[in-house]
Design a protein around this ligand. Structure first.
Ligand code: C5P
Length: 236
């Protein structure tokens, strides 16, 4: 694929057009932001790790029947993906209490749930990504009832599969965020990334945090944590 003009620059990625109207190139940056962009920094090496980890996981999910936007890894930081319009929902699944769940409901982190929780927030930086339910999403016409049903089905498949992939490498999948997109023919596919930026990952024995909370909470060792997950997942 030939890289053409930049279409978009987000907090952690840039997107470029290609010579194929159905395909775009995602380029991962080392920039890190938290708290809706209020906290800014860089995690050196993060772009390459998130690119390669996302692609590894997307390929394995696709193989297990979850349709994704993945096309081809081009280099360390760049991947060709199907051009989609992003459904403006952040889909969040939790297996263990942490983060905004612990804060909102006044409970400690680390409570293992009997069943995963499923929630949406409205992907809208100006509003600070407010929590919303299915009827709100339908009222706002963010997706159709059928699309939401598919998104829920794929998300639960991703949770089961990802929990298993992580357990194999001694990591508990605490929670994660997914985004879905619609291709030009209206197909719903898993898009965006799956990385320590978008998942909470705790070592199953030490409960050490191996994710972006190291950056959000100034715990130090973010670079090393991302590298550790990468090493366990991909053997390097
Ligand atoms: O902050 P909260 O506890 O709601 O986050 C739940 C999960 O969703 C975490 O794994 C976090 O990394 C991810 N998330 C994300 N992008 C956001 C909000 C949350 O990747 N904008």
């Amino acid at each position: 694929y030939e890289k053409k003009e930049q279409l978009y620059e987000g907090k952690a990625k840039k997107v470029y057009a290609t010579d194929d109207p159905e395909v775009v190139i995602v380029s991962y940056k080392d920039d890190a932001t938290a708290f809706n962009g209020l906290k800014k920094g860089t995690i050196s090496g993060k772009g390459a790790i998130n690119n390669r980890m996302t692609n590894n996981l997307m390929r394995r999910l696709e193989h297990k029947g979850v349709p994704t936007h993945y096309v081809e890894e081009l280099n360390d930081r760049e991947t060709a993906v199907k051009k989609v319009s992003i459904v403006p929902l952040e889909v969040i699944v939790r297996n263990i209490s942490a983060g905004s769940f612990a804060k909102r409901y006044g409970v400690e982190e680390g409570i293992v749930f009997d069943e995963p929780t499923f929630e949406f927030s409205y992907k809208n930086d100006d509003l600070g990504d407010p929590l919303l339910n299915t009827s709100h999403a339908l009222a706002l016409k963010l997706a159709t009832r059928e699309e939401i049903a598919l998104i829920r089905k794929y998300t639960m498949m991703v949770n089961d599969l990802l929990k298993g992939f992580m357990k194999e490498i001694g990591i508990d999948l605490v929670d994660f965020k997914l985004e879905f997109g619609k291709t030009s023919d209206g197909t719903i596919v898993l898009a965006d990334e799956i990385s320590p930026d978008t998942c909470r990952l705790w070592d199953e024995k030490t409960h050490e945090k191996l994710d972006k909370d190291r950056f959000r909470r100034d715990l130090g060792g973010a670079e090393e944590a991302y590298e550790e997950v990468m090493r366990r997942l991909m053997g390097e």
